[in-house]
Design a protein around this ligand. Structure first.
Ligand code: BES
Ligand code: MN
Ligand code: ZN
Length: 510
């Protein structure tokens, strides 16, 4: 990806497409858009007065310049109302532009720094603006086409090379040369973070016959090698020795044996306690003996996204060289029915020693997390954050536009706030003691299902039972956000990488 910034005048730039913007309700465009409009003899203001350009969010208008300026096309993107403009509206506008241009096989373009001046006046830095635009462009330009062998056809009989759909990069055009340093540094930060998110998506989109727990562990190992992280992988025998009955129980019905993946990043002082990131990685969730209905079951390949996000966070933190210590703990298994599968009624002994009565084999994520959380707490972490596609109930509560966040009040507050600025949102839900009461078992220390009501919170209460008292802990339920079945401005259909940008910025101290 080639991102750059140049000092220049938009009316003199030679490019396939020059992206400028318009706020909703603006009759006469100002700034760069105004300059382009003047050079085009008022063509943009005419389109505005005709009502063909409104500046509404999501709007992308392509105007051909026919040689009046060196740019072949001017692209006007709607930013919405000026008073409502923020980093997220810019990301979405940028994402819409990118997806539209790629559809026209325009893979390189020039753009102004949208929101520059106006957002800067509200305290947003030039660097953050540039980062947002870089992030959104690279995220929107993502394609998962590894398994596509037949070239797409535009017109019948006219094959099109897939390369033409792949984003090459963009250049920011800025008239104020003093801003170039901040712009370049923001672009660079955006590139690293978006790279980590797209890496997460690539593994996440991998089909369940490719990405088994063992293969996920190999990907983690390759990541560690690339970035100089430490990596330990525990296989079945190791898990048996340690008594990790949760991971083993869930994994025992599959020929693809479970793993516990541990990665360590040391960027901080030797004595600084690490943050532990725990991620659920069920490579496929059939529900097991409590089998799921077959409609949409293919989506359960995304039940590994918590673990993929944990790996992506490690990648982002290492690429950004943050001065912190970090451990990723990723329990991975495949939840299958079969002759050797665990059953409702079984009692599992978890790594903590606490026993769990199985009510429903489809409540498997909390079982693998029980072992991983207890193990993570033994590493004396400063704090623990887990990510998991844990409950359908969380999707019922929040839909697809925010993850649920539970646990430590101060962590929740910051995660919610960073969620607003990154657009990788998290919304607080409670873990009252009463939810824990619903999880009490007649025969074991706890049971794995509390029934229908408050399912996201009873699941969180279950996890809390395995977190050491006094360890600061936050749980992100990403069941509704980890993948999308409809195209969003900067999320193509498939794995989104939810949680990666959120937790990375949290760790960066934003
Ligand atoms: N992986 C699912 C949760 C899920 C469901 C994620 C739909 C995304 C979309 C999880 O393992 C699960 O099956 N949870 C059950 C728990 C229940 C049996 C207590 C659920 O949410 O129905
Ligand atoms: Mn399940
Ligand atoms: Zn699951």
């Amino acid at each position: 990806m080639k991102l750059s910034a140049v000092k220049g005048d938009v009316t003199e730039i030679e490019t396939a497409a020059l992206v400028v913007n318009l706020y909703q309700g603006m009759k006469r465009p100002g700034g760069a858009t105004g300059a382009v409009d003047a050079a085009l003899d008022g063509q943009i203001s005419e389109l505005i007065s005709e009502g063909e350009i409104t500046g509404k969010p999501g709007e992308v208008t392509i105007v051909h310049t026919q040689g009046r300026i060196p740019a072949r096309r001017v692209v006007v993107v709607g930013l919405g109302k000026k008073t409502e403009c923020n980093l997220e509206t810019l990301r979405r506008a940028t994402g819409n532009v990118t997806q539209r241009l790629l559809r026209h096989h325009i893979t390189r373009f020039h753009t102004v720094l949208h929101g520059g001046g106006d957002l800067e006046a509200t305290g947003v830095s030039t660097r953050d603006l540039a980062q947002a635009i870089a992030e959104a462009t690279i995220l929107a330009g993502y394609r998962y086409d590894r398994y596509k062998t037949v070239e797409p056809e535009e017109e019948p009989g006219e094959p099109m090379e897939r390369e033409k759909e792949r984003l090459d990069g963009f250049t920011v055009v800025e008239s104020d040369g003093r801003k170039l340093g901040a712009i370049r540094s923001g672009l660079e930060r955006g590139v690293r973070i978006a790279d980590a998110v797209n890496w997460t998506r690539d593994i996440g989109n991998g089909p369940p016959n490719e990405i088994t727990p063992a293969v996920l562990a190999e990907r983690a190992r390759a990541l560690a090698e690339e970035l100089g992280l430490e990596c330990d992988v525990l296989a079945r025998k190791d898990l048996e020795k340690l008594g990790m009955g949760g991971i083993l129980g869930v994994g025992q019905g599959s020929v693809n044996e479970p793993r516990l993946i541990v990665l360590r990043y040391r960027g901080g002082r030797k004595s600084a306690r690490p943050t532990a990131i725990v991620g659920k990685a069920i490579t496929f969730d059939t529900g097991g003996i409590s089998i799921k209905p077959s409609a949409n079951m293919e989506e359960m390949k995304f039940d590994k996204m918590g673990g993929c996000a944990a790996l992506g966070i490690m990648r982002a933190v290492a690429l950004l060289k943050l001065k912190i210590n970090l451990i990723a703990v990723i329990p991975s298994a495949e939840n299958m029915p079969g002759a050797s599968a665990y059953r409702p009624g079984d009692i599992l002994r978890s790594y903590s020693g606490k026993t769990i009565e199985i009510i429903n084999t489809d409540a498997e994520g909390r079982l693998v997390l029980a072992d991983a959380l207890a193990w993570a707490c033994q590493q004396e972490p400063k704090e623990v954050i887990d990510l998991a596609t844990l409950t359908g109930a969380c999707v019922v509560a929040l839909g697809h536009y925010a993850s649920g966040v539970f646990g430590d009040d101060r962590m929740i507050e910051r995660l919610k706030q960073i969620g607003e600025t990154t657009g990788d949102r998290a919304w607080p839900l409670p873990v009252y003691d009463e939810y824990g009461d619903d999880m009490k078992s007649e025969v074991a220390d706890i049971k794995n299902s509390g029934g229908r009501w408050g399912g996201a919170s009873t699941a969180a209460a279950f996890l809390k039972f395995f977190v050491k008292q006094g360890t600061a802990w936050a749980h992100l339920d990403i069941a509704g956000t980890a993948w999308t079945t409809k195209t969003l401005p900067y999320h193509p259909v498939g794995a989104t990488g939810a949680g990666v940008r959120l937790v990375t910025e949290y760790l960066a101290g934003r």
